[in-house]
Every structure is written in C-alpha cells, then in structure tokens.
Design a protein. Structure first.
Length: 133
C-alpha cells in the first residue's frame, strides 16, 4: 500500500527513503512497480531511476539532516526518535510538521513488530524550502 502511494506522486522527488525496519522492501518495490532488478545497487542499498534515487534503509531524522524534495516512508520513531516502551500518541505526530515535513499518508497498525518505533507508519514529504505546501 505504501509503495502504491509513493509511486503515484505527480512530481518525482529527488530521493525516496523506504525503511527496512521490518524487512526488505526492495523485493516488494521491484515487484509492484515492475522495475528491472538490475537497477538495484546492493552496495549502496539504492535504486537509481532517471529522476529519483530510492534508498532502502532505516533512517533517524531526529539526528540525521532532512533532505529537501524527499519522500520518507517509515515508522514514527524514525522521524522523532525511538521510545523503549513503544509509547507514542497522536500528539507525537505534530512533531513532524514542526520539522517542516508534510504528512502525505498515515496508517496505524496493531502491535507493530517495529518495537521502539511505534505503530504509526507514515509517508512524509520534505518540500524544497521555497516550495508552497
């Protein structure tokens, strides 16, 4: 469902980050998008397309810089920091917009296996600084 959402974007972002927190999304991505597997570069955990670089790896936007014109697909804890007790709430979602990010889609799962990273899975867009939201 997330891959379908990401690939329907009208304007291609320069990068897409897909979490590997609960598995390897590369196989799903290649299958659902019918992308040629030879485009995948395992050493860099990325897939280079004409206008977009797709990175298959977990991320930590609490400590890493946020790239402009980028889509991030991952668990809430990857955006705001992990929580040992996996205690997150709807108010934690507000922390994402305070970082200048736009939530494009959100799913809440029951008892996620991404322990410490929440039951919320999000697709978030980081706009170009002067871009209108």
């Amino acid at each position: 469902q997330a891959i379908k959402e990401i690939t329907k974007a009208n304007n291609a972002p320069s990068e897409i980050h897909l979490t590997t927190r609960v598995g390897n999304p590369i196989m799903y991505y290649l299958y659902y998008t019918k992308t040629k597997p030879e485009l995948y570069q395992p050493d860099s955990k990325s897939l280079i397309l004409p206008n977009t670089k797709i990175i298959f790896d977990s991320f930590d936007l609490k400590t890493q810089p946020i790239s402009e014109n980028t889509v991030y697909a991952g668990f809430l804890g990857e955006f705001i920091g992990s929580n040992f007790y996996n205690e997150f709430s709807n108010q934690d979602l507000e922390k994402i917009s305070k970082k200048g990010l736009i939530i494009k889609n959100l799913w809440q799962t029951n008892d996620s296996i991404a322990h410490k990273y929440s039951d919320y899975f999000l697709i978030v867009y980081s706009p170009i600084k002067n871009e209108k939201k």
